[in-house]
Design a protein around this ligand. Sequence first.
Ligand SMILES: *[C@@H]1O[C@H](CO)[C@@H](O)[C@H](O)[C@H]1NC(C)=O
Ligand SMILES: *[C@@H]1O[C@H](CO)[C@@H](O)[C@H](O)[C@H]1NC(C)=O
Ligand SMILES: *[C@@H]1O[C@H](CO)[C@@H](O)[C@H](O)[C@H]1NC(C)=O
Length: 628
Amino acid sequence: MLFDDISRCCDGHLAISGILFLLLIGALTAISTHVFFTVGESAVRFTVPIPPQLQSEYRWSREHEDKGDEPPDEARPCPIICTVYHGRIYPRCPADGRRLGPPVTPANASAIDSAISAAAQAQVEWSQTSFAERRRVLRTLLRYVLDHQEQIVAACCLDSGKTKIDACFGEILVTVEKLQWTIKHGARALYRSRRPTNLLMCYKSNTVIYEPLGVVAACVSWNYPFHNFISPVISALFAGNAIVVKPSEQTCWSTFYFIDIIRGALRACNHSSDLVQNVVCLPEAADYLTSHPGLNHITFIGSREIAHKVCTSAAKSLTPVTVELGGKDPAIVLDDPTTIRTIDDVASILMRGVFQSAGQNCIGTERVIALPAIHDRLLAKVLPKITSLRLGSVLHSSPNNPPDMGAMISSRSFSRLENLISSAVAQGATLHCGGRRHSHPEYPHGIYFAPTLLSNVTPEMEIAQAELFAPVFLLMKAGDVESAIRIANSTNYALGASVFGHNRCDVQKCVKEIKAGMVAVNDFGAYYACSLPFGGVKGSGYGRFGGDEGLRALSNVKAICEDSPWARALGIQTRIPPKLQYPVSSHGWEVCKAVVGTGYAYTLGLSEWVGCVVRLLTALMKNADQGR
Ligand SMILES: *[C@@H]1O[C@H](CO)[C@@H](O)[C@H](O)[C@H]1NC(C)=O
Ligand SMILES: *[C@@H]1O[C@H](CO)[C@@H](O)[C@H](O)[C@H]1NC(C)=O
Ligand SMILES: *[C@@H]1O[C@H](CO)[C@@H](O)[C@H](O)[C@H]1NC(C)=O
């Protein structure tokens, strides 16, 4: 990723030229923005209340814990964060188990009805706004996010237990990228486009326009509390829609701040804040939401198990769904001399690919497939890096000793993970480190899984097939490029993939033959940091968000066919020949057949076409004779 390049530049002699290059590009863009983007589009400053828990002087007390219906410990299978108890949600920080605030009462059916109808009402006016007005809202959000990185990152760290660097990459960087991409390129994706016509319809002019759908919804997962929440909002608003977002109950605490930010930006630009609704609800009400006839599209990000339920429910009102599920993303590491020479870079990119957000990343690298000449070197490089990862919470650690890896969202998956790892070992895999849950000496109520390195993994093992969503580096050996691709293709998933290599031919072969929705070459997840269309195939889901495709997916693609201006000027318009009008004449069929031939046979060759024209003229003459 770019950040890696910058820091690499800073270390080496390329520092000055690398930074100067970035400064030059930045300056040119800033100047052109300043010159070309009119006053009417500039960002507006606004403020919203910042949760007191995000302020460093906040005094955490047991206040919330002592009041009311705190779930007893035995109701909290040790330790599952965010217990639902007596129909209420108790938000906690997975890094140390602290309670984040008072319990949350989830929305019921009538709250969902009012959210959707308020959104629908606000959308009527919003659908009439210009791209410039929508860009202004996004610029206003961009400014807020850049000015409040600290607070947003802190909210994400508290709610999900991740580290600040993980949050900076996964929450902030990707969000400001999406904002900027939509500001710069969104309108182009939604402009009306002209479409070709044909010989028979030569007097027609064809246009496709992208209209707002109305109210859309997004049901999103907990692994990126801020980004997953705001990303569908950015696309929905820009396409002229209103949106209802249903965050995961695991990370609903921070979404009350995030919805304030989004609504603050809308209000600052004098638009209705009802356009965006935050619906925190439990599965039963979620079913009511996803089958609601008031919704025109649903974006679902989560697990396959829940996707079946969402799609079944959405089918009741035939609402289209974009389904983004997990993956078992492969990273193929080729063994050409350049790749071997740059193995340090490959190893550090793979470390981020595997351990970013403690592996709880849908495009996390879940399998590293190495060719023979690089396999052992790679193992030797990553082992010390993995054993020295420091686990912990950003809440307590001193700035001089930040944790490398944060907590897991819940311990629910731990027994399954431990079983998968031990059966892999029983089948011949080598466990170098980790392999089980980690009880952190400083945070007895925190939820941690030890960073794990497993080598000699083969495709037959269940661990090579199942999505782990955990900090596990799986190393697999492939004899050659062909078998590396075969291993990469051997799972039920097909979301993202990486290829590391410098032999153009081998790299292209991998890019072409790996079954996936996205491929990064010599990088991890870079396609996401460039706002390319995002989504998978096979068991990883369908549909795309991000990029032009993502905006169009939230639009009604309306096709318009009308007479061209020149045809109107000449008075040409569709007329059904008398003999084809009802009731049809006996020569009607011949005329019709010859018209089709004349319209389409010319693509096959001149002589065929001439034959058709002759038949058409003959049929018309017969027709005319008969008509007389
Ligand atoms: C739904 O929740 C609201 C507010 O929490 C409550 O006033 C209302 O009675 C509930 N409605 C139903 C049908 O349970
Ligand atoms: C919003 O409306 C107020 C009052 O009409 C006006 O003063 C303000 O400039 C408007 N803000 C924007 C961003 O258009
Ligand atoms: C990988 O899968 C793709 C798509 O199914 C296929 O075209 C390709 O031949 C496969 N490659 C190998 C080596 O199995």
